[in-house]
Design a protein around this ligand. Structure first.
Ligand SMILES: [Zn+2]
Length: 380
């Protein structure tokens, strides 16, 4: 039986927290439903401590979104653990994710370390009394003392943590170094077999995906990631790049994942629409150039085939007719781009109005000119 790696998506927590990626509450809910269709194992719905609105949004996601584990982040304070539980307890499988701050993880003094360790264990135990799924993250672990991190992991696993996560909070690690840290944890945390080891990689040096893959090779069975790689500064590891690497180079990684590849592009496009932030055209997997149609039709080498545009001639003809009825006559190129926008809109909006059609046609024309992408955001 082959091994399985869990995909933990934090688009709605770590990703959305970053400046420029804010989503409204209804958008988060819609996005959460789409992320569930994508086939995630764990969906981190938010940080309920941030605001009343965030609490309510996480609560709605927990009530409505089925199939993934619904996680929410809780500061290591008793009242906050309890409050996060209130937000997620109606989920099918709720997970409390708690952490220690970087200051605690960087403690040098023995006394401070013992105190932080006891606190982490107490918070995990409290969470574990509420739910069977508890994850623990020592922030900035990769820049801390590995021996101390391994002690923290041992203590929280004894206290009931089911997942222990290594955050590379500042995107500092190198692939072989992170793999060595993972190996160190397997060798030095005596009770590690009772928990899933995970990594959380940031992209400050452009290595978030490479680091995540190196960690999987070293044995972690969960990775944190965000759709389109959104997040603070240079972002988090890009979900679509990790899962495509695992799929295309299965000979190298030999692990299964549960992601529906045909949902990568619709998910990416929905996030671009909602945030108003377009990925660069040459972005791996989901950039316009990675899947766009060339002059002769569909791009042969595109790794993620936009399945929706196959066999959808009838859909395209319908669009052409609706646009013609409005007096909007498009070239084939323009229509192809407009159709991509049309399909992404119909993915999350049942009815496409005449006003939408005018916008879609304009965007199709601009996309054909190379100025705008098909979903309407400026490239340059
Ligand atoms: Zn992060």
């Amino acid at each position: 039986m082959s091994e399985y790696v869990k995909i933990f998506d934090t688009t709605l927590r770590d990703g959305e927290e970053a400046p420029g990626f804010a989503l409204t509450s209804p958008q988060k809910l819609e996005m959460a439903h789409q992320l569930a269709r994508l086939g995630l194992d764990v969906l981190e719905a938010g940080f309920p401590a941030a605001s009343e609105e965030e609490f309510a949004t996480v609560q709605r996601i927990a009530r409505e979104v089925r199939s993934p584990i619904i996680a929410a982040l809780a500061p290591p304070v008793e009242a906050e653990i309890d409050r996060v539980w209130d937000a997620i307890k109606q989920a099918e499988r709720p997970r409390i994710h708690t952490f220690l701050t970087a200051a605690d993880v960087h403690q040098q003094g023995a006394l401070g370390r013992e105190r932080a360790k006891a606190r982490a264990a107490a918070m995990v135990a409290r969470a574990r009394n509420l739910t069977n799924e508890v994850e623990f993250s020592p922030i900035d672990a990769t820049r801390s003392d590995w021996a101390y991190v391994s002690e923290l992991f041992g203590a929280v696993i004894d206290a009931g943590a089911t997942t222990v996560n290594i955050p590379d909070t500042c995107g500092f690690a190198q692939p072989d170094e992170l793999a060595a840290m993972v190996t160190y944890m397997f060798e030095n945390v005596s009770n590690i077999a009772r928990a899933t080891l995970s990594v959380h990689c940031h992209n400050d040096l452009g290595l978030a995906v490479a680091n995540s893959l190196a960690a999987i090779k070293a044995g972690v069975r969960q990775v944190h990631c965000c759709m389109n790689g959104i997040g603070e500064r240079a972002g988090n590891a890009a979900l679509e790049e990790i899962v495509m690497a695992l799929s295309v180079r299965r000979d190298q990684h030999a692990v299964d994942h549960g992601i529906n590849l045909d949902q990568l592009l619709p998910t990416s496009i929905m996030l671009q629409q909602f945030t108003g932030v377009t990925v660069q055209p040459n972005k791996a997997i989901v950039g316009l150039n990675a899947y766009a149609r060339d002059k002769n039709g569909l791009h042969g080498e595109a790794m993620v085939e936009d399945a929706r545009t196959y066999g959808l001639h009838s859909g395209r003809d319908t669009l052409r007719q609706r646009l013609a009825d409005l007096g909007l006559l498009l070239t084939q190129d323009e229509l192809n781009y407009a159709f991509a926008g049309y399909m992404s809109l119909t993915d999350y909006q049942g009815e496409v109005t005449d006003e939408d059609l005018v916008q879609i046609a304009q965007n199709g024309r601009r996309a054909a000119d190379g100025v705008f992408d098909a979903i309407g955001h400026v490239y340059r």
